[in-house]
Design a binder for this molecule. Structure first.
Ligand code: MTE
Ligand code: MO
Length: 393
């Protein structure tokens, strides 16, 4: 079999594309498949993915802070804004991505498929780019719809693929830089007799993208609530006017939460351990604060909370000044039954173990008898049904 595969390849390349590829190529005559459209869509996607990536990093590092990083606890609304931007830009990227793929797909049929090792590598990066972008958008949208058809862990995978996507975007942008810059500088003037001009096409895609953003952002901007068609949770809708992500029944704590033997325990690196009944907690100085809950899924809702300051409890137990704490729920299992509170949140006067919301004792779905609520913090860390606060030395 001397040089079998090599000879075959040379022959195929010399013969030119097979008839079916030639036939298909003849059909890509629309001007919408040109570099002007591709470059403009690429630019819009780079902006959307860039904003989505940066805000995604914020969310990742807020949930998994490395030792060298300490997030500020103010402004209280910071995470509310970054996470809304993350979800809205991700959703708005869907029409941009579909349009971009449609615009450039004739390139799949270019002949020969690659001219050199360099173009082969470049095409492999494009493949990675398409796969990673589609994966990020699809898993992100599934997650905000609370639909988990996949077996892998959403957050770790979404985070890892984000880096692959950014790498592929950088390589692709560098490779296309010259062509794209020239294309962006050339105005797009189409003859008037075309059925859809390039400007109309881009306008339609842009409008679809803007509309999706607008009907999603109602889940965090109260003024846009009436048109929040894609909002998964709406401020004002839920027990005590606050949406619920995980109910007491689904967390398996409905009965435990009403146990009269309930005590909030403060343990660990303290001078005196505490075990406070609900009546004792209510007898301590109560502090009120308006703070938002911001779910990683992008919705957020502000409410008037009141309860005991975490720092007051720590002082009462005699904990040291620079400690971190581990807040544990009575929930037996589940990813979010435990959260950590580090400085500066731990000593922030707005970090509460809330007993009330909207002027009433917490509804069981909001974490009765007691929940954590702290400023500028992802919802997944606002632990409900708190049973113990473990002080780490
Ligand atoms: N114990 C416990 N606390 C939890 C959760 C949970 O699953 N278990 N979910 C978190 C999530 S994802 C969010 S967004 C907030 C929502 O609080 P809410 O239901 O009162 O709006 O609670 C957080 N606290
Ligand atoms: Mo959440």
């Amino acid at each position: 079999m001397h040089g079998g595969a090599g000879t075959y390849l040379t022959r195929v390349l010399r013969q030119g594309p097979p008839a079916w590829v030639r036939g298909l190529r003849g059909r890509f005559r629309s001007r919408l498949h040109d570099p002007g459209v591709a470059a403009r869509l690429g630019f819009a996607l780079a902006v959307a993915f860039g904003a989505c990536f940066l805000t995604g990093l914020v969310s990742h590092f807020m949930q998994h802070p490395p030792a060298w990083l300490s997030w500020p606890s103010r402004p209280v609304w910071l995470y509310r804004v970054t996470q809304a931007v993350h979800v809205v830009t991700g959703v708005a990227a869907v029409p941009l991505l579909l349009a971009k793929l449609w615009t450039v797909y004739p390139a799949l049929f270019s002949w020969p498929p690659f001219r050199s090792v360099a173009t082969l590598v470049e095409r492999a990066f494009v493949l990675l780019l398409v796969a990673a972008a589609s994966f990020q958008v699809a898993t992100g949208v599934a997650n905000i719809a609370e639909w988990y058809p996949f077996r892998f862990n959403f957050t770790t995978t979404h985070y890892a693929v984000a880096w692959l996507l950014v790498g592929a975007v950088v390589v692709h942008a560098a490779h296309k830089w010259t062509i794209a810059r020239a294309a962006l500088r050339t105005p797009m003037r189409d003859p008037t007799d075309v059925s859809l001009s390039r400007r109309q096409f881009l306008g339609t895609v842009g409008a679809a993208s803007g509309l999706l953003a607008l009907v999603t952002v109602g889940q965090t901007v109260p003024a846009l609530r009436p048109i929040g068609l894609l909002a998964t949770h709406l401020d004002g809708v839920g027990p005590q006017g606050v949406p619920v992500r995980k109910t007491a029944v689904s967390a398996g704590v409905r009965d435990l939460a009403h146990d009269p033997a309930y005590r909030l325990r403060v343990t660990g690196a303290v001078e005196r351990e505490l075990a406070l009944s609900l009546a004792e907690l209510r007898a301590l100085p109560q502090v009120s604060a308006r703070l938002p809950i911001t779910c990683v899924e992008g919705w957020s809702a502000e409410a008037a909370w009141s309860g005991v300051r975490l720092c007051d409890l720590l002082d009462r137990a005699g904990a040291g000044p620079g400690v971190s704490v581990r807040v544990v729920s009575m929930q037996h299992s589940g990813q979010y039954r435990v959260s950590y509170v580090d400085p500066p949140h731990v000593r922030d006067p707005l970090t509460l173990l809330a007993l009330r919301v909207a002027g009433e004792p917490l509804a069981v779905d909001h974490g009765f008898p007691c929940r954590l609520i702290a400023p500028n913090r992802p919802g997944v860390l606002q632990t409900k049904w708190v049973e113990s606060v473990e002080v780490m030395g």
